[in-house]
Design a protein around this ligand. Structure first.
Ligand SMILES: Nc1ncnc2c1ncn2[C@@H]1O[C@H](COP(=O)(O)OP(=O)(O)O)[C@@H](O)[C@H]1O
Ligand SMILES: [Mg+2]
Length: 421
């Protein structure tokens, strides 16, 4: 059996806390069996390595390993993604499609954020766990698969069970063996170790000398609550590596990068899905605004298409992904294809639209996509980036940039001064 140290090296796992070692040991022990494993732990603690270890050390290693983020797939699509669908099962199902459970036959499926699965999908999953049987969406033919399931969840799952959003029987089926990854604040001995590793990685990446912490800064780093765990620690290491001219980081400098609230508070575990990925409420609000803006841009693009073409069936086809993105797939049949919407759309189409405007709106749509990739940047960086991009796109024309950003020209002017653009 490979030693814990060898496994850590192979999978790039840093840290020596006994609790982390125990989790890895458990993964090694359970790997050769077909037992279902539930990995638990807060967001950012490193749950994703465990199913990889289990798969690689199992007899399934030559077959497929598929990781599915259950929280990221729209409710209306998830059954078809997991179990496949028959041709004609729903509008747009032009061909029979294999789902992950069929593709991964003989291999392993990692169901990340399993607590997010809709109840109907949970029933299907339970059946697979019980006897390997499943049905494609729109089919009545029972199929068989032999897949090992490793699932992961943050502590939310108990709340979900309480609220009857997650089946208790499924929970017990999934968690035959439970591997818990403790939060970073409970493995303080690993914090500085991880920081040094990240700092040296980022120094290489950005071709700059490695940042080093003073003793006081090490203390502050170790005492911090790290509600976003290792993911958050890595972000901070990256920010310091990129932004700090003075490569010796003092406790003061460090603290300016750490979220103010909750620094030394006892560990109150808040478990909302994205909470730990965002260090402050402001940032969460910012994310909400971004998502709203992206949705709005999607809607604008769709409206433009409709105004241009009028023929809603074609528009529907060409913009399938967009429509699903905006409305969620489960709603498409009830909402998108209803006639009242068509008549509404037709009345809008009577307005004249000039070509420039259309291009402009499409640009905005791409613009919205750009934004989504930048979640790791800090708030100010995000804003700065947005303004810069917008100005570039409009050759420095403030009026157009302000309109695109949805702010007044005056506010934009103020921001330009503030960021010294
Ligand atoms: N022990 C560790 N050593 C090095 N990097 C780690 C470790 N644990 C987590 N990471 C890194 O932190 C990030 C978050 O880990 P991840 O497994 O995605 O967390 P979770 O799934 O629990 O939210 C990933 O980029 C991962 O590579
Ligand atoms: Mg994860």
């Amino acid at each position: 059996m490979e030693s814990i140290q060898a496994i850590k090296q192979r999978f790039g796992i840093i840290g020596n806390a006994p609790s982390l070692n125990r989790a890895i040991e458990k993964a090694i022990q359970v790997a050769p069996t077909d037992i279902s494993v539930l990995v638990t732990g807060e967001s950012g603690v490193g749950k994703e390595s465990i199913p990889k270890i289990i798969h690689q050390l199992s007899h399934r290693k030559h077959n497929k390993y598929i990781a599915v983020n259950c929280g990221a797939i729209p409710e209306g699509t998830i059954d078809s993604e997991l179990f496949g669908h028959e041709k004609g099962a729903f509008t747009g199902a032009t061909q029979t499609r294999q789902g992950y459970f069929e593709v991964a036959d003989g291999g392993t499926i990692f169901l990340d954020e399993v607590g997010e699965l809709p109840l109907t999908t949970q029933v299907r999953l339970l059946r697979i766990l019980e006897n390997g049987e499943f049905l494609k969406v729109g089919s009545s033919k029972v199929q068989k698969t032999n897949v090992r399931i490793v699932a992961a969840t943050n502590v939310n799952i108990f709340e979900a069970i309480d609220k009857e959003k997650f089946r208790e029987d499924l929970y017990y089926r999934l968690s035959t063996v439970d591997i818990h990854i403790p939060p970073l604040r409970e493995r303080q001995e690993d914090i500085h170790l991880l920081f040094r590793k990240f700092a040296s990685d980022f120094a290489l990446k950005y071709k700059m000398p490695t940042v080093k912490l003073t003793d006081n800064a090490v203390q502050a780093l170790t005492k911090h609550r790290w509600s976003g765990n290792i993911r958050q620690l890595r972000n901070i290491a990256e920010q310091l590596s990129v932004l700090e001219q003075n490569r010796t980081i003092t406790a003061d400098t460090l603290s300016s990068y750490l979220p103010k609230s909750g620094t030394n508070l006892p560990a109150v575990i808040k478990t909302s899905k994205s909470e730990s990925d965002f260090s402050s409420e402001r940032e969460i609000l910012y994310k909400v605004l971004f998502d709203m803006k992206a949705d709005l841009n999607d809607l604008k693009k769709l409206t433009m298409e409709l105004m241009k073409n009028g023929d809603t069936k074609d528009v529907e086809k060409d913009n399938k992904t967009l429509i699903q993105k905006i409305y969620g797939k489960n709603k498409e049949e009830e909402t998108i294809y209803e006639t009242p919407q068509e008549s509404e759309v037709l009345s809008i189409a009577e307005h004249a639209v000039d070509q420039d405007e259309i291009i402009d709106v499409q640009d905005k749509y791409h613009f919205a996509e750009d934004i989504e990739e930048e979640e790791t940047l800090s708030l100010h960086d995000k804003e700065l980036e947005l303004i810069k991009k917008s100005l570039e796109r409009h050759n420095g024309k403030r009026k157009l940039a302000a309109a695109e950003l949805g702010i007044s020209e005056r506010t934009l002017y103020r921001k330009i001064k503030q960021y010294d653009l």
